[in-house]
Write a new protein. Structure first.
Length: 337
């Protein structure tokens, strides 16, 4: 062996010594990809704290998608946006799905049925709005129009994310039969019908999810005893800012939604500990940077917001006169509630 050959042999042995430990180390697996789709009940409207992504989507690190991702170490793309309808999800959110997506949650349908407008109508006194008519229209839409739209949406989700575990997430009952807010007038009978409408919507979501081969997460039982005006309230009543009204609070996401969705999505229930909350909160800047890339598309989504009754308008006073109601005395009694 000549001198050059010996030198090459020594160099080769040295390189092998350096590379072998690197080759033997395990490859770091990429975090599972989780895409959260949907409306305000998924984005976290009602939790009072939102990431600064340049939109009105009201995405919160207190919402169940962020909590689940933090607990499981998933790479979250948090596309859910307040006000989103099925067309909005189709046009602005589905592009986030790919064949590499591992997990998907989707909550949509309430805005399509006009629930914010229904609540706005039903919050007025009996003489100022046709609550039954508004509920009837919403139920007709849920029964006759929504199912085919869900079928189309779910087939698009499966086509874009063929290997993902997909969970369709439903809506809780908002009311418990009592209206403790001074300037809304939901009667017990109206609250019952509104809760029945939420149940109807869940039944249609569940049927469409089953037909698509998706799981359905029904939060109804978790929220029993925690509706608006309950002693341990997980859903906001009439709130300031108004957009928070009739949406789950942070405790509703932590104790209601997260333990409902996580077993179906991940295979085991997530316990929302202080560490999970801290991990989720620490993701705010990263998630804001990610979602700001979609800001132009998200700005096309119109927020669907409850409107508080205003009985001082000429229209309200006219309705009161027609019904034989002394509106000044009515407002005075309401303020004492």
């Amino acid at each position: 062996m000549n001198r050059t050959t010996r030198r090459l042999a020594v160099l080769g042995s040295a390189l092998a010594g350096l590379l072998t430990p690197l080759l033997l180390q395990p490859v770091q697996a990429a975090a599972p990809a989780y895409v959260a789709l949907g409306d305000s009940y998924a984005s976290g409207t009602g939790t009072r704290s939102y990431i600064s992504d340049g939109t009105s989507c009201q995405r919160s690190t207190s919402a169940y998608p962020s909590l689940i991702a933090a607990a499981r170490g998933y790479a979250l793309n948090f596309r859910a946006c307040s006000g989103a309808t099925i067309p909005d999800v189709t046009n602005t959110q589905l592009a986030a799905l790919t064949s590499a997506t591992n997990y998907v949650s989707i909550s949509v349908g309430g805005n399509d049925a006009g629930f914010a407008d229904v609540l706005t109508t039903c919050a007025t006194p009996w003489w100022a709005g046709n609550c039954d008519g508004a509920i009837n229209s919403a139920q007709s839409f849920v029964n006759n129009t929504l199912p085919s739209r869900l079928t189309t949406l779910y087939s698009q989700i499966r086509a874009r994310a063929p290997y993902a575990k997909v969970v369709v997430v439903g809506y809780p009952r908002i009311f418990n039969g009592e209206d403790c807010n001074a300037f809304t007038w939901f009667s017990p009978a109206e609250q019952t019908r509104l809760n029945q409408t939420a149940d109807l919507l869940n039944s249609r979501l569940a049927a469409a999810a089953s037909a698509a081969g998706f799981s359905f997460a029904n939060p109804t039982s978790r929220f029993v005893g925690h509706a608006v005006c309950a002693d341990d309230e997980w859903i906001n009543g009439l709130s300031s800012p108004i957009s928070e009204s009739y949406h789950p609070k942070a405790n509703g996401h932590a104790s209601g939604y997260t333990p409902t969705v996580s077993p179906l999505l991940t295979g085991a229930a997530v316990a929302v500990t202080a560490q999970v909350v801290a991990e989720s909160s620490s993701s705010a800047d990263e998630q804001a940077a990610l979602q700001s890339q979609y800001a132009d598309a998200d700005r096309s989504i119109e927020p669907e917001t409850f409107v508080a009754p205003d009985l001082t308008t000429p229209e309200a006073r006219r309705d009161a006169r027609r019904a034989g109601v002394d509106i000044e005395k009515f407002l005075e009694r309401s303020a004492r509630r």
